[in-house]
Structure formats: structure tokens, C-alpha cells
Design a protein around this ligand. Structure first.
Ligand SMILES: Cc1ncc(COP(=O)(O)O)c(C=O)c1O
Length: 416
């Protein structure tokens, strides 16, 4: 006990030093850094006046082409593995497309979910807090489902969807999940496509936000969900979303969705009641800039060159600090792509760690935000978003985080 108290006293001094620095650092959200944004500067001048007519003969400056210009549907279709008729290219946000798909199925689809009684969704957790915010806002009950390292725990999923017709859907971030970094296995894809569901209108929201966002040469490939659903006789079970937010500019990218032709036609009709057409100038210049799969891969490799050192720094800092007696204090993910590292602290520690970091001027995403309603009885989940911060500031933030994790864990131990 004495050595524990001595160590806590040492940590108090270390923390007092950090406090005196008056820091203002943030690891809260997954934003590309200014250096990454510069990679896409040529996008701003990629569209000459001679290129204002699309391949399907639309003037990109004018109204028309609600489901996107042909060349944009082809470009995003190659990311989604969909045909032209199976591809819809919208505005600058895939989240907006997800919200639209949710609200359509809730309120305006044939036999809308909302008229069938309470609506529930499965929420693989830890997951993306904005998915949960969206579901909550629309009054959908969220049921957390554990993750396995290869996607959602399918034994749990299959049982829940087979028994409860109120479970209408599920969000999945199939590749480099936000925040755990894991990707779904082929077996998970097949089981999701094939599983019997009590709800005939069950819908997968396949949010492939990090589909080309690799951090290493080991580029994870996932099985095609739409093909798997078609093969299982459930062609309308999935909508697949992607966007260029983290390829070009999050505030001015292009978002797209892929689904069976019938589902895309349904969504196009839904959008026709609220918008004449999306920003085709931006679609066209994205096609001019991103061109094809090879150009996208080369561009994403430049992103990776900026990002990988930040993710490596997290690994080396944590591996170095949390060894021997401290090994059990925290577990961290080592993602091969995406934008996040997830920390699993000892139970009951995450909130205190995030609060103490905040007091020292280092902002983190609220503890347990990756769980529906922010409700994680274990209080052990912290997301790190290291992309925006500079490498130098990240080093400082991580050094402080290590001390705080040790301090909170020790305090917890001595209080028990
Ligand atoms: C899993 C996931 N989906 C969607 C988004 C946002 O996508 P968009 O900018 O296309 O709305 C993010 C951003 O962090 C994300 O992590």
C-alpha cells in the first residue's frame, strides 16, 4: 500500500506539472489534418469550363440528374461494387443519406416502420456515436450488441432478429470500425445476408466510411454485402454508404449509396420530394480529381503516409508505458485503417480519465460515447481520434494520458 501511495504522490507532481502548461489540445473528432486537406487542393481547380456537360448530357450547373451524373455514379459504383442503376450519388454527407433512408423507412415507405409499432435497431458497440444520436433522435430504441474483433457477435444478432419483428435494422461499419478498427469477416457478411429475420423489412445500414482508408500495406478487403444479400434471396436487405469526406474534404466531399435497383428507385423518389438535384459541379470535379480506383488508391496512400506515424506513436507510447505491472491497466486497438484507436480501461475508470484529461486541457471524446445512450455499465471505453492533432502535440497528449490512466487506475485500486 505504501508503494502505491508513493506512486500516487509522484503522479500528483507529474500532473501538477502538466497543469502548469495551460494546454489546449483535442483528440475528440475524426477530422483530417490541414496537411491532409492540402493533398486535395487540386480538386478546387479540377473543373475547366470545357467539362461542364456530364457524360449523360447534363449541364452540371443546372437542375437535373437527381441520382447523380453518370460518371460520378460509375466512380462511386466501383467503390460500392454496384451498377449504375444500383448507385445514387448525393450531396456532401453519407450521414445525411443514412438519415434520409431511416426517415423514409420510418414514415414514407410502403407499410412504414412507424405504423407497425415501436421500432428497434441493433447497435454493434462500441460504435459510431453519430449513428446512435440519429437513432435516438428519431425515437428508435437501441439495443447494444457486442463486437468480436471480426464484426458483431452473430449468435446474439441472429437470435434477436429471429425473435423480434420490431427490430427493423442495424448499423454496421464493416471496415475499420469507428472506433474499434475491426473489419467484418466473410462469415459475418454471409450470416447477416442469410439470417432469418422476424421483420420482413429488416434493413442493414452498411456504413463503409473507411473503405479505402488503409494505414498499412495490408489492405483489408471485405465481402460484397449486396451480392451476398442477393444470393441469399434478400436483395432489399442492405443499403451501402460511402463518401469522399476523408478522401478529399469532409465539408465538401461527395456521398453515395448502393442498393438493389428497386431500393435506389425508392430512395430517388423520396429525395424528389425535397430536392431537385444535388451539387453536380462537386460531383464532376471529384470525378476529374479522383478519376478511378488506381488514382484513389494513390491518393489514399498519401493520406496514409501522414496518418500512419500518428497511429504508430500511439502503439509505441502505450507499449512502452503499459508493460509489466501496468499491463492490465488498459488495452488498446492497433487498427490497420480508419481514423480511431479504442481504449478499454479497467472497469469504472474511463469517465474519470476523460474528466482528468479535460482538466489538464486535453479534450477527448466523452467516455462511453460509443455505446447507445452513452450507457456502458463497465465505464471502460475511450475513443482516441489522433488524425487532426500534430505529431508533436499528440506525443504530449499521449504522455499525459498514460500518467492519467495510471493515476486513475491506482486510485480505483486503493479505494477498493
Ligand atoms: C463511421 C462513419 N460514418 C460516417 C461518417 C461521416 O460521414 P460523412 O461525412 O459522409 O457524413 C463518419 C465520420 O467520422 C464515420 O466515422
Amino acid at each position: 500500500m505504501d508503494t502505491l501511495n508513493e506512486r500516487i504522490a509522484q503522479l500528483e507532481e507529474i500532473v501538477a506539472h502538466y497543469e502548469s502548461l495551460g494546454l489546449n489540445l483535442s483528440l475528440t473528432r475524426g477530422l483530417p489534418s490541414p496537411e491532409q486537406l492540402r493533398l486535395s487542393a487540386p480538386l478546387l481547380t479540377a473543373l475547366p469550363v470545357s467539362e461542364l456537360i456530364s457524360e449523360d448530357n447534363l449541364d452540371v450547373r443546372n437542375y437535373g440528374g437527381l441520382s447523380g451524373i453518370k460518371e460520378a455514379r460509375e466512380l462511386f459504383g466501383s467503390l460500392l461494387h454496384t451498377t449504375l442503376e444500383e448507385t445514387f450519388v448525393g450531396g456532401n454527407s453519407s450521414l445525411q443519406l443514412m438519415y434520409a433512408a431511416l426517415s423514409h423507412h420510418l414514415f414514407t415507405a410502403k407499410n412504414p416502420w412507424n405504423e407497425q409499432g415501436p421500432v428497434k435497431f441493433l447497435c454493434p458497440s462500441p460504435g459510431y456515436d453519430r449513428h446512435w444520436a440519429m437513432l435516438d433522435y428519431l425515437g428508435i430504441e437501441m439495443i447494444p450488441v457486442p463486437l468480436t474483433g471480426h464484426g458483431p457477435d452473430m449468435d446474439v444478432v441472429e437470435k434477436l432478429v429471429a425473435d423480434d419483428p420490431a427490430i427493423k435494422g442495424m448499423f454496421v461499419v464493416p471496415k475499420y470500425n469507428n472506433p474499434t478498427g475491426e473489419s467484418v469477416s466473410d462469415a459475418v457478411v454471409d450470416r447477416l445476408a442469410q439470417m432469418p429475420t422476424a421483420a420482413a423489412d429488416f434493413l442493414l445500414f452498411w456504413d463503409n466510411a473507411y473503405t479505402v482508408h488503409h494505414l498499412t500495406d495490408e489492405k483489408t478487403a471485405i465481402k460484397d454485402i449486396l451480392q451476398a444479400c442477393k444470393a441469399a434471396g434478400n436483395p432489399n436487405r442492405v443499403i451501402h454508404f460511402v463518401s469522399s469526406s476523408k478522401m478529399t474534404f469532409p465539408g465538401a466531399g461527395v456521398a453515395a449509396m448502393g442498393a438493389a435497383t428497386e431500393k435506389i428507385a425508392e430512395m430517388t423518389h423520396y429525395f424528389s420530394k425535397q430536392i431537385i438535384s444535388f451539387d453536380k459541379i462537386n460531383q464532376k470535379r471529384h470525378v476529374m480529381f479522383l478519376k478511378d480506383d488506381e488514382t484513389i488508391a494513390a491518393h489514399m496512400a498519401e493520406h496514409a503516409a501522414i496518418l500512419a506515424p500518428k497511429f504508430e506513436l500511439i502503439q509505441t507510447t502505450f507499449t512502452h508505458y503499459f508493460q509489466d505491472d501496468l499491463q492490465s491497466y488498459v488495452k488498446w486497438t492497433a487498427p490497420k485503417g480508419g481514423y480511431f484507436v479504442h481504449l478499454t480501461t479497467q472497469p469504472g475508470c474511463a469517465t474519470a480519465i476523460v474528466e482528468q484529461m479535460h482538466e489538464l486541457g486535453v479534450a477527448l471524446t466523452p467516455a462511453n460515447a460509443a455505446y447507445p445512450y452513452g450507457d456502458n455499465p463497465l465505464d471502460n471505453s475511450i475513443r482516441l481520434a489522433p488524425t487532426y492533432i500534430s505529431l508533436k502535440d499528440l506525443q504530449l497528449a499521449l504522455t499525459i494520458l498514460c500518467s492519467i490512466i495510471e493515476r486513475v487506475t491506482l486510485e480505483k485500486q486503493t479505494s477498493q
